[in-house]
Design a protein around this ligand. Structure first.
Ligand code: GDP
Ligand code: IMO
Ligand code: MG
Length: 420
């Protein structure tokens, strides 16, 4: 059977920590989409690690970690990450597997990402500039190179052909940047990649399923950044929702059992695009400061706001979420008042759904107010010991979403989680 952990908001919900927490219950941890735009933070023996491409199960011995075909892979980032986990005593050569169908991010994809963002000016997406959009465009445009192509004798010729196409596009953007240093690093990293375990991911994972192994699919980004269901065009370029597990790993839908949706107890967004419950005041600043809300990949300050139940309900619907994991609850410890968005007023009319184009309409969120619990919850390890005011907050969210909040994360550490 296959379970899924994915983000319900605009990313950075704490998926890395949660995958690391659940990993002991599984045999295989697999990334199914996204690429080095992701930044998943884990604390291993008190040390902070940010993973971009390697699945968050890598710190558990004897677990298979698979990079699925739905991912776009930057060999340079992967190599760096492998070296940093090796320095912590992890045998990635044994535990890391990569699908041969995984598309490669080339240096020119990164350049194209940058050129496209510059050309958009004020309307830029706020991309992480890791080449994600251009790499997925080459996948759907049927131009891309895949990990399996590395082993082909024509790889360099195919690379040069694609590079030429990209050069014409870069010229049309009047984008001129010397990428020769990137290319050198890229080809070094390609040699490194060839030594890793490159597998036929779909047979590999289905054989594991047949053998009764337990699979955990690890999402990147969040549901509101999904290319189909997110706040388009301010989204990423992959299907971040549970359906992406099937196409991103080669798994049949009926294999999927639990869909764990991760949500912060409030909400953040990094990059451009609509965010109805965003706070522009001191409270927003306070949450950013206490929550250390700065991007794990780019270091950019994250925009902060109240939890948005209209958007969360939408995310639960499109993902088929079976259990909610609420993270960063401790960040709200000192707040005197908390708010929960339980409806929108769109162009003056009351609505309870996510509109087609969030940034073409005026959305005024309706809020229900809660008293803050104003106590330190970071050392609590059983549900009964949580403050009553916090339970009231969670109960309301439970009732609204009709999906149970089953886990409450109250700190970044591996053990800081309360089971409801
Ligand atoms: P991801 O992209 O979903 O894996 O999330 P990120 O790693 O980008 O951002 C989440 C941040 O919150 C990281 O710095 C985590 O260490 C931290 N974190 C996760 N859960 C908790 C929690 O319950 N409390 C606190 N204080 N920090 C948390
Ligand atoms: P994790 O997995 C938060 C955002 C970017 C930008 C938009 C498009 O750590 O939750 P892209 O580089 O994909 O073209 O950027 O999506 N974004 C993320 N925001 N967490 C992420 O990943 C993100 N990955 C991309 O900021 O707004
Ligand atoms: Mg992140």
């Amino acid at each position: 059977m296959v379970d899924v952990i994915l983000g319900l908001q605009w990313g950075d919900e704490g998926k890395g920590k949660i995958v690391d927490y659940f990993a002991p219950n599984y045999d295989v941890i697999a990334r199914f989409q996204g690429g080095p735009n992701a930044g998943h933070t884990l604390y291993v023996e008190g040390k902070k690690i940010v993973l971009h491409q390697i699945p968050s199960g890598i710190f558990h011995a004897n677990k298979i970690n698979l990079i699925g075909n739905g991912v776009v892979l930057d060999p340079v980032t992967l190599r760096r990450e492998c070296e940093s986990v090796a320095a912590m005593g992890i045998d990635y050569k044994k535990n890391l597997f990569i699908s041969e169908r995984t598309h490669l991010i080339l240096p020119t994809h990164r350049a194209l990402d940058k050129a496209s963002e510059i050309a958009k000016g004020n309307e830029k997406i706020g991309s992480t500039l890791k080449g994600i959009g251009p790499a997925y465009m080459d996948k759907t445009g049927r131009n891309g190179l895949r990990v399996g192509d590395l082993l082909d004798k024509n790889f360099v010729t195919e690379y040069i052909k694609l590079r030429l196409k990209h050069q014409r596009l870069l010229d049309s953007y009047s984008f001129h940047e010397d990428i020769s240093a990137w290319e050198e690093e890229f080809f070094d990293a390609i040699e490194f990649l060839k030594q890793l375990k490159i597998v036929n991911g779909e047979y590999f994972i289905n054989e594991q399923i047949r053998a009764g192994k337990r699979i955990l699919a690890e999402g990147a980004q969040g549901s509101m950044l999904d290319v189909d269901f997110g706040t388009f065009p301010f989204v990423t370029s992959s299907n971040t929702i549970s359906a992406g597990v099937c196409t991103g790993l080669g798994i049949a839908p009926q294999m999927i059992k639990e869909v764990y949706g991760v949500s912060k107890a409030y909400c953040t967004r990094v990059g451009s695009g609509p965010f109805p419950t965003e706070l522009y005041d001191e409270t927003g600043e306070q949450i950013r400061k206490i929550g250390n809300e700065f991007g794990s990949t780019t270091g950019r300050p994250r925009r902060c706001g109240w939890i948005d139940l209209v958007a969360l309900q939408f995310a639960c619907m499109v993902n088929g979420v079976t259990q909610i994991i609420m993270t960063k609850t401790d960040i709200l410890d000192s707040l005197t008042e908390l708010k929960v968005c339980n409806g929108y007023s769109i162009n003056g009319e009351k609505k309870d759904y996510v509109p087609f184009q969030m940034n073409r309409v005026t959305i005024d969120p309706a809020y229900k107010s809660f008293e803050g619990w104003q106590s330190d919850i970071t050392a609590i390890n059983e549900y009964g010991a949580l403050p009553a005011k916090m339970k009231a907050y969670i109960d309301y969210i439970n009732g609204f979403l009709k999906v149970p909040v089953k886990y409450i994360s109250n700190g970044p550490g591996r053990d800081q989680i309360v089971v409801a």
